[in-house]
Design a protein around this ligand. Structure first.
Ligand code: THU
Length: 136
């Protein structure tokens, strides 16, 4: 799927996942949705832990779902959280996403009401270190 046609479906998937977020420590619930190159949508929520550093971001949860389905190619990303401010993936998740996407992969950044900004993965992670650096 190309263009922005997939955005409503990505928002719906991310919003649904966000309702299942486990965020008792931060109270900050996040949902992420990924469009695989095969056209399927994968989603995930943040999963916190009493041992705080063991918490997992929504993007990582969604990537786990995607890879578990056998998809390794990422065509688009959408992240959503609550409140009026747009959410941006943390540094670690930019790297995680880059493993399966490319510099041109669109990342739709949302506030609670919808997409606020679309930016490329390459803009979020300039000069990203990825599989191609290792000749893969
Ligand atoms: N979080 C995400 O799930 N994704 C992001 O892109 C940024 C932060 C989560 C981690 C933690 O559970 C909560 O938001 C507060 O940092």
């Amino acid at each position: 799927m190309t263009g922005d046609n997939h955005i409503p479906a990505l928002i719906a998937a991310a919003q649904k996942a966000r309702t299942h977020a486990y965020a008792p420590y931060s109270g900050f619930t996040v949902g992420a949705a990924l469009l695989g190159a095969g056209g399927a949508i994968y989603s995930g929520a943040n999963v916190e832990n009493a041992a705080y550093p063991q918490g997992q971001c929504a993007e990582a949860s969604a990537l786990g779902q995607m890879v578990s389905d056998g998809e390794h190619r990422l065509s688009a990303v959408l992240v959503i959280a609550g409140g009026p401010l747009l959410i941006t993936p943390c540094g670690g998740c930019r790297q995680r996403l880059f493993e399966f996407g490319s510099a041109g992969t669109p990342v739709h950044l949302c506030a609670e009401h919808g997409v606020v900004q679309t930016i490329s993965l390459g803009e979020l992670l300039p000069l990203g270190f990825g599989p191609s650096t290792l000749g893969r």
